[in-house]
Ligand binder design. Sequence first.
Ligand code: ATP
Length: 314
Amino acid sequence: TEAWGPDDDEPRRHHGPVRVRVPAKINLHLGVGPLRADGFHELNTVYHAISLFDELTARAGDTLTLTMEGEGTGALALDETNLIIRAAKALAARTRVPAYARLHLRKSIPLAGGLAGGSADAAATLIACDLLWGTGLAREELAEIGATLGSDIPFLLHGGTALGTGHGEAISPILARPTTWHWVVAVAEGGLSTPEVYRKLDELRDGSWPPKALGDADELMSALRQRNPEVLGAALGNDLQPAALALRPELADVLKAGSEAGAVTGLVSGSGPTCVFLATDAAHAGRVAAGLNAAGVCRDAVTARGPMPGARVT
Ligand code: ATP
């Protein structure tokens, strides 16, 4: 489907359709520092891309349109508040091309779930439109545009397992021997607002509880190198978990049910309310998911693997 010649000076548009698959993220370590003057919290996080995907298709058009199907899309506006539209327009403005495309999203990543689905869709849009419009930006340039729209977008362009600092937008890959980790993702009924979870954390910390923040990710990084689920399980941590639990106390039942179903360990994913559980292998993950579904504590429990590549043309 290559649509341009070898030595073109002029960017040439792709005939389309361009189809991009993008994963959800979980945080293996989410250390949240104090609130900065710019309104962001300083983060020290380890991102991990898992095999739960949204798919964005871009076709040539003479205006910018968006259609969506799947998970939670009925609750999402198709206007300028949609991160897909914002990403397409930001790329067009940067590269001085008209923002013309027909975009279609097939969504599987639950909405407002702490899995960065909106950021994933924005990352997919940047990759798809860059190819469709022949603007040929480097991945780092797309990440720079992405960072202005959402802190998780640079990671979702990158994928794999990576350290995130700043407010999460500064990514450094973690070099480790390739290991596949097996997860169970317990999707909740309804979402949680990320800003609200951060506000709750600040409130808890003002009352000096929880007393101790996670800090850096050294223990998690060395656990990743050991390739042992028990060791990794003991190193997982999320500073936002107490805040998510304060806002959604029934998540404690989900974590308990996962542990009773035999998971190595479980934690809230990012700002929640999705909970993720580590399993020892694919069969074990299947049993933990079945146990969680039988307990009836979540909307759906599904298995996933990680790490996965970031947003890629399929
Ligand atoms: P994060 O962990 O990145 O803060 P999240 O995973 O909790 O986010 P998202 O599904 O990324 O939640 O969405 C958060 C909010 O972003 C949604 O409630 C919605 O208002 C807004 N949003 C805008 N565009 C999109 C989109 N294309 N997909 C999902 N959410 C979008």
